[in-house]
Design a protein around this ligand. Sequence first.
Ligand code: 2HG
Ligand code: ZN
Length: 462
Amino acid sequence: MNNTTDLLEHLANLLGRNGVITDAPDIEPYAVDWRKLFPGRPVCVVRPSSSAQVAQVVQACRDAGVPLVPQGGNTGLAGGAVPDVSGTQVVLSLNRMAAVRNVDAVGMTIEAEAGCILKVAQDAAAAAGRLLPISLAAEGSATIGGVVAANAGGVNVLRYGMTRSLVLGLEVVLPDGTIANGLRKLRKDNAGYDWKQLFIGSEGTLGVVTAAVLRLLPRPKHSVTALLSVTDPDAALQLLELAQDELGDQISAFELISRTSLQLVEKHAALKPPIAEGEWFVLIEAASSLAGMREAAEAMLGSAFEREIALDGVIAESGAQAAQLWALREHVTESEAREGKSVKHDVSVPLTAIPRFLVEAGQALAAGAPGTLVNVFGHLGDGNLHYNVLVGARHDADAINRIVHDVVAAYGGSISAEHGIGQYRVGELARYRSPVEMEMARRIKRALDPHGLLNPGKVLLP
Ligand code: 2HG
Ligand code: ZN
């Protein structure tokens, strides 16, 4: 108790009274994830305003032997950014470090602090005529530090890659409180180990990301958005092949949405697709610096109807209509949450295996967890599906995970394509990754965080 009082006093001296939150109602938003699935009980929340302060906080907690949980926008889906219920962990919020430090239109880079909201960074890039191509439903609250720490995916991955492929430089506070400044803006840097890769996607278990330099791209001037309905996932894959032939490298999103997903969106968000019903829907976006996108999309739709791949389809006539089509996709998660309890799976399997995976997982669930309803949607172009099982109170989440993940494993897939492991999938990772890979991960963790004080219980079992 004394130790805690001393630590709180010390932290308040470092950060000022505003930098340390201890009152229960003020702590609440930091203590639990937005879905309220992982409620925690931190000692306090600290809000440093510079990398130097982050380093001081980490040192103070290390000296006191107190674990730290780094937190960005707290939009994650795997409980990776919230503390446990022990009442012993300190939440380290980066939300006071929110500056875009610079945008370089010629070098095509942006440097931003960890707490900078993704949307703010996107807008700063856009103001300079450039594109920051990380696009996700939570972009209005997710932060650059969180996006990097989670190696976020989103809807543009098939064209631009995961966050990892856009990170040029990082600043990280290590678990011993030292600052590693690698905020370089270089596209080519092969000088020794590329250590920043360790921190991207490590979910705050190896270091605290305090700032990042991200690569920007030319901003496409022309884009086209289309929604099509198809009978089954096989047809959706045929459509992907067709889109690759007709639109080639201009495809920036290729999203699959099931009828169940759209029924949930209609029920909870009052939005309806403007095309005839199909079992499955595909939302396609293509973008280019050159004109002719619409014509290319029309040609693609024409072939899709001619070859009877698509049942119906529409091309957005305006930016507003494109936004309406995207709204259908973007409201799925929220509508699912309103419907009730779900067991989420964020899986990837090789693209051509997707139709078989869906059939087999569906059969396995019908046999092992009757009465559940599957809400499938996701980034088909990347082989990444959100396979979310809506459950009643009597269903056992662990059993449902086992059913779905066993089928994923049988197809050589991943149990986390983009959301990460957090605390939610920590047991699943240990189960599905090989002993060699798990031991390698533990050695890296021990080397950087020998006392296990950074985000304990996330990614790896303690
Ligand atoms: C998305 O693609 C997000 O919209 C959330 O990754 C997925 O709610 C989900 O399961
Ligand atoms: Zn997703």
